[in-house]
Design a protein around this ligand. Structure first.
Ligand SMILES: Cc1cc2nc3c(=O)[nH]c(=O)nc-3n(C[C@H](O)[C@H](O)[C@H](O)COP(=O)(O)OP(=O)(O)OC[C@H]3O[C@@H](n4cnc5c(N)ncnc54)[C@H](O)[C@@H]3O)c2cc1C
Length: 495
């Protein structure tokens, strides 16, 4: 039963199909009727970037925080990321002489997503972004500096901040170290939340039912619950429903992201937004399944299809480029770049993995590259010549590409790539306080969300609205807001 007594939604049916006969929500008239196993001020579901940041923010305010993580380790997609966090107006930008503002950042996000996110919420998040980065540095001891070696497409300023290694895994370790300094944060691993517990009268969230291996189900009671479970990239049924073009694509994200947080929220009457939006990538090696950095394109490389032809302006964005690659014969392309690019990116961890796995091949001539990947040699050589002419400024590129870096020179490198899904960008509608809201704007009592569980800033549909680093923007900034808001509200109740 839904709290309002209405028939099951399609989302709830999806939940029941994938989880067995249970409802998404366990309704209880009187919380005193239940035998609760554990109690906290703030219950955070999911220990990725959003969950850990919200836990830290809530703990700093003095709340007792309990974090549930489905997997045996924390991190989720945040661990897989390059820890690239966008923020406008930070002191790191000022020190580098970079003038930026929340307004400009908002403009960049809205331009990329074709005004497909709430402008007020987008501006709010952009304004909070510098506070997040400075708070991580100053209060949490997590060093994030300004990235100035390349400008991410779509950002009109250098505003990406990252850790020294640019590894999400290291960033998550730093978040865990910071959490360990708080006595009022407990994290449970191998502890998937199975459903929310709520009051049937108004849908107020009371806690969650947690599966504990070898024990069964435990009941966790909380004054406030934060949903930080990311989206539904690992749920093929939800993909088939909301993003059918990606349902069979290779999924490059974390397997724990199966979408139940969105289905729980929906069952409680939350509005859903941007469910068809997602981030993809057109440079995942095939069949190796490692990420060939987009810098192989942005620094001057290009892609050939199996007919030896270019098929699009590869520079238009790595997310939307995934669909272009998938539309080619066998859903693959061959990335072509040269020694200058190779040497620049060879220390990137992802690229190293491609090298170690043998995904990258080296050639003295473009004809050898074409033959090795079984492309028509003459066609590929002609395509290469035409591309190099455009790169040298000798005539217009037939696909309208204007950014080439330096013209390519032998030796060349080639890697077969495909388009892959990274993460979904649609989810529960939230307000500026990260409260989950219904269609009429009313907040579902005691429920907060951020990161991939909430609707993102990447447009209504498709891969094209994703501005680089929108993912961690939503996860970390909204996570901090959710943690602070949930803690303040919980502690107010205590009086
Ligand atoms: C390869 C890759 C690179 C990326 N690089 C960047 C980047 O550099 N910058 C950027 O901005 N974005 C990047 N992104 C996107 C970014 O990683 C995500 O948008 C962001 O990490 C989402 O954070 P989150 O906290 O919402 O989810 P996650 O970090 O995925 O955390 C969700 C957690 O919830 C857990 N969980 C799920 N269900 C349950 C349950 N029922 N009970 C308990 N726990 C549960 C999961 O196991 C997981 O640990 C990248 C994504 C990928 C795949």
């Amino acid at each position: 039963m839904r709290y309002d007594g209405a028939a099951f939604t399609e989302g709830e049916k999806l939940f029941m199909n994938s989880r067995g006969p249970e409802d998404a929500i366990f309704y209880v008239n009187d919380p005193a009727d239940l035998s609760w196993d554990v109690e906290a001020d703030v219950l955070v579901i999911g220990a990725g970037g959003c969950g850990l940041v919200s836990a830290l923010a809530a703990a700093q305010k003095g709340a007792q925080v309990f974090v549930l993580e489905k997997e045996k380790t924390a991190g989720g997609n945040t661990s897989l990321s390059q820890a690239m966090v966008p923020a406008a107006g930070t002191r790191f930008q000022k020190q580098a002489g970079m003038e930026d503002s929340a307004e400009l950042m908002t403009q960049d996000i809205l331009h990329k997503n074709s005004h497909g996110s709430d402008p007020d919420l987008t501006l709010h998040v952009a304004r909070e972004s510098s506070k997040l980065v400075e708070w991580l540095n100053d209060s949490m001891g997590i060093s994030l500096g300004l990235v100035t070696d390349f400008l991410y497409p779509g950002h009109s300023r250098y505003r990406i901040h990252s850790n020294r290694t640019r590894k999400g895994e290291h960033f998550v370790n730093d978040l865990l170290k910071a959490a360990a300094r708080y006595e009022n944060i407990d994290i449970a691993y191998n502890a998937p939340a199975r459903r929310l517990i709520a009051d049937p009268k108004d849908g107020a969230v009371l806690g969650a039912e947690v599966e504990i291996e070898g024990v069964g189900k435990n009941l966790a009671k909380a004054k406030k619950v934060i949903l930080a479970l990311n989206g539904f990239g690992a749920n093929r049924e939800m993909l088939a429903r909301y993003i059918p073009e990606m349902k069979d694509a290779y999924y490059f994200g974390h397997e724990g992201n199966t979408g139940e947080g969105i289905l729980w929220g929906e069952a409680l009457g939350a509005a859903l937004d941007c469910m068809a939006a997602y981030q993809a990538h057109g440079s995942v090696t095939h069949p190796h399944g490692t990420l060939l950095t987009y810098a192989t394109v942005s620094m001057g490389g290009y892609h050939l299809n199996l007919e030896g032809k270019r098929f699009v302006n590869e520079y238009h964005g790595y997310s939307e480029h995934a669909l272009d690659v998938l539309a080619q014969k066998e859903g693959v392309a061959v990335a072509v770049f040269d020694d200058r690019i190779y040497r620049t990116v060879q220390d990137y961890e992802d690229f190293q993995q491609c090298i170690r796995m043998g995904a990258i091949r080296k050639f003295d001539a473009i004809q050898d590259l074409a033959a090795s990947f079984r492309l028509p040699v003459e066609e590929a050589a002609a395509t290469h010549e035409a591309f190099c002419r455009s790169a040298r400024g000798e005539g217009k590129d037939r696909f309208g590409r204007t950014d080439f870096g330096k013209p390519l020179a032998p030796p060349f490198y080639g890697a077969k790539v495909t388009g892959a899904l990274f993460h979904t960008q649609g989810g529960l509608r939230v307000n500026k306080r990260a409260q989950v809201i219904r269609e009429d704007g009313a907040a579902i009592p005691d429920l907060f969300a951020g990161g991939g569980t909430a609707a993102g800033f990447s447009g209504k549909a498709g891969p094209g609205g994703y501005l680089s680093a929108n993912g961690l923007l939503a996860a970390l900034v909204m996570g901090k807001i959710a943690g602070e808001e949930a803690a303040s509200a919980a502690l107010e109740e205590v009086g």
